[in-house]
Design a protein around this ligand. Structure first.
Ligand SMILES: Nc1ncnc2c1ncn2[C@@H]1O[C@H](COP(=O)(O)OP(=O)(O)O)[C@@H](O)[C@H]1O
Ligand SMILES: [Mg+2]
Length: 288
């Protein structure tokens, strides 16, 4: 049977009880409001990836599949149809796991429920009236609101960084303004700090994206355009938890990833790794 919306067969199979609305259809996925066991949730149905994104994804995912057997790895490398299937699966799996890890670390993200075929089920992010939350990009703000939102986002990014990860595609389109506060979504490309040599640049780009967007409402925020650098600096020094906002972070020296160069790269790696195992959520509350 053909299922144009990609979800009706899940109703037939009893995985969900009903599909209520289609929220948004982006280039990667379509998101629906669904009901399961009396509760509303969001269902993200991934689209088949086109050639270009596919290439990007493939190289990204490959490095993360060292545990696969050589036949699977070869298939993924050659992008045979079986290999493509594996890559698609890894990509979806990655978002599920990224959300799980972020949620557990106390970052405000939708709680992921489960993955079924090409569908990710998660918490429906709602605004104060209970309606699906809109994106930061959909609002205008006063200067004061923009500043407060910037600080809140900065702290979310910091908490995520403390758990060893960077969003990787942060923008005003991937943050929802929820009743609980700004909520990060859309994380299949999440970056592991310890395993990525470009982590600093990616963090800087993420924070620059949201900072420049919010600076449309308060140009003074532009002084924080590179606050990601300062944040990364503190991560390397193991002093991340002392950062209360982008001010402190932006005033830190930039450049040079050496923390004074005393201990070198291995020591930094070790610190990043260690921060991962520290209990999370004790220092920062999840609500404003
Ligand atoms: N958990 C959720 N709750 C409410 N709305 C969501 C949720 N996840 C996604 N959306 C909506 O669906 C849109 C697309 O989701 P996103 O994960 O960003 O996919 P894409 O890869 O297509 O950008 C979002 O901009 C948002 O409006
Ligand atoms: Mg998106």
């Amino acid at each position: 049977m053909h299922h144009p919306d990609g979800l009706s067969h899940l109703v037939d199979e009893g995985i969900i009880d009903a599909v209520h609305a289609r929220l948004m259809s982006g280039k990667e996925a379509t998101v629906y409001v669904v009901e399961r066991q009396g509760y509303l949730g969001a269902a993200k149905v991934y689209k088949p990836r086109d050639e270009r994104t596919f290439k990007k994804t493939a190289s990204y995912v490959e490095g993360r599949n060292q545990t696969r057997n050589s036949r699977d790895r070869r298939a993924m490398h050659n992008k045979s149809s079986y290999g493509r299937h594996l890559i698609e699966e890894s990509w979806q799996d990655m978002e599920f796991q990224a959300l799980r890890a972020a949620f557990d670390a106390g970052v405000r993200v939708p709680e992921p429920y489960f993955l079924y075929e090409n569908v990710l089920f998660m918490e429906l992010v709602v605004d104060k009236s209970g309606a699906p939350a809109s994106r930061v990009a959909d609002f205008t703000f006063t200067a004061e609101e923009a500043q407060r939102l910037h600080l809140e986002l900065f702290l979310q990014v910091k908490t995520l960084l403390g758990s060893g990860r960077i969003h990787g595609d942060l923008s005003a389109y991937n943050v929802l303004l929820a009743a609980k506060g700004p909520t990060l979504i859309d994380m299949p490309q999440v970056v592991d700090v310890a395993g990525n040599n470009n982590a600093r640049q990616i963090l800087r780009r993420d924070l620059r994206n949201v900072t420049e967007h919010l600076a449309r409402f308060d140009a003074r925020l532009l002084r924080f355009a590179d606050c990601g650098d300062g944040l990364f600096h503190h991560l390397q020094r193991g002093t991340l938890e002392s950062i209360a906002g982008p001010e402190v972070s932006a005033s830190q020296p930039r450049g040079g990833g050496g923390g004074g160069g005393r201990r070198g790269r291995d020591a930094e790696r070790e610190r990043v790794g260690r921060s991962k195992t520290r209990p999370r959520g004790a220092t920062f509350s999840r609500r404003r």
